[in-house]
Write a protein that binds this ligand. Structure first.
Ligand SMILES: NC(=O)c1ccc[n+]([C@@H]2O[C@H](COP(=O)([O-])OP(=O)(O)OC[C@H]3O[C@@H](n4cnc5c(N)ncnc54)[C@H](OP(=O)(O)O)[C@@H]3O)[C@@H](O)[C@H]2O)c1
Length: 318
């Protein structure tokens, strides 16, 4: 098969489009003929900074058609169209994934939308609803709102009836976020996020903060209301995650870390993604796509995702 691989982490150009051995379909795996690949924020971080063995196939998310199933597979058959998640390997023509990490693609959803939805919306749902427990009368602050997780979080938060404060840069992105349900926009390059949140909430702070950026954690705490909840879910801002815990202790605040990984196989989480897929197929949620590339141009796709300030996901077609 063909795949986009790297030997050593670095700039997008480290990705090479090469021949690789077909993946082995294990006893509980399905083998997917990949049609659409979602370029995730985490894929960029991995390619930039994570050492692996050589000829490493990056990629968490894709959708395609099952072409083989392992001997112990119970709920999937050849010919079914599925969206899938795994810790690596999606930037390829073929992908072997445990059946428990796949979801059937409902009618009405494109394969590109299906590739994107599980991680972005599944993660956002876990942050905003399962851990964040957002309620109608509350205010939520969403960092990196124009990113994949952020765009999903804004929509899910809005559907609770809560007031949504979204952080994103650029007029076009802000207009789109407003259309998707953001009540207030903050441009992190031109405005002070903490000051704006305090102003918009009459000095109370946000009841819930969703932080996929990491480098913003300390200011997230400063924007959080007493007894509020901070959900931290990534490091799009680069570097480690560190906060002084004195303030959350004094203010009876709750911090939830979210790492979806194996959680996607947990029954309730898996079923939630099924529900989200149907909601998107019925156009009750919008999966925003910025631009589509071919897998053979994976380096350009990563370059665009990293540098062009996309609004929505970058997708690769096989
Ligand atoms: N824990 C989990 O299970 C899980 C699941 C999914 C994703 N994640 C993580 O969540 C993070 C976001 O993922 P994603 O797929 O949504 O990423 P993405 O689509 O690449 O978006 C990242 C966003 O971060 C913003 N950003 C970048 N640097 C920033 C900085 N220094 N300060 C503030 N904002 C900054 C950018 O927006 P602006 O430049 O417009 O501000 C950009 O829109 C990544 O770290 C990813 O690994 C974790």
């Amino acid at each position: 098969m063909k795949a986009a691989v790297y030997d050593a982490p670095g700039v997008p150009a480290v990705l090479e489009y090469v021949d690789m051995p077909d993946p082995v379909c294990g006893p509980r795996d399905v083998l997917i003929s990949v049609e659409a690949i979602s370029v995730e924020g985490g894929d960029l971080i991995n390619r930039r900074s994570t050492e692996h063995r050589s000829r490493w196939i990056v990629g968490y998310a894709a959708a395609g058609t099952i072409v083989a199933v392992g001997e112990n597979v119970q709920h999937r058959t050849v010919g079914e169209k599925v969206a899938a998640f795994n810790m690596q390997g999606s930037h390829a023509e073929l992908w072997a994934v445990p059946e428990t990490r796949t979801w059937l693609v409902p009618d009405g959803l494109s394969m590109a939308e299906a590739a994107i939805l599980p991680i972005s919306f599944g993660t956002a749902y876990h942050c905003v609803i399962t851990k964040g427990q957002l309620r109608a009368a509350e205010t939520v602050l969403i960092h990196a709102a124009a990113g994949g997780v952020g765009l999903a979080a804004v929509q899910l938060a809005r559907q609770t009836g809560a007031k949504v404060i979204a952080v994103a840069s650029g007029n076009e992105r802000q207009a789109r976020l407003r259309a998707l349900g953001a009540s207030y926009l903050i441009d992190r390059h031109n405005q002070d996020v903490v000051e704006e949140v305090q102003r918009l909430t009459g000095g109370k702070g946000a009841d819930l903060v969703i932080d996929p950026v990491g480098s913003t954690l300390q200011s997230s705490l400063m924007a959080l209301a007493p007894e509020g909840c901070l959900v931290f879910v990534g490091n799009a801002g680069g570097g480690g995650l560190a906060v002084d815990l004195w303030q959350p202790m004094q203010n009876n605040q709750t911090l939830h870390g979210v790492f979806m990984g194996a959680l996607f196989e947990r029954r309730a989480v898996h079923e939630t993604v099924d529900i989200l897929l149907r909601a998107a197929a019925e156009r009750r949620l919008e999966v925003v796509i910025d631009r589509t590339f071919s897998l053979k141009d994976a380096a350009s796709a990563h370059e665009h995702a990293e540098r062009a300030k996309p609004l929505g996901r970058v997708v690769m077609k096989v």
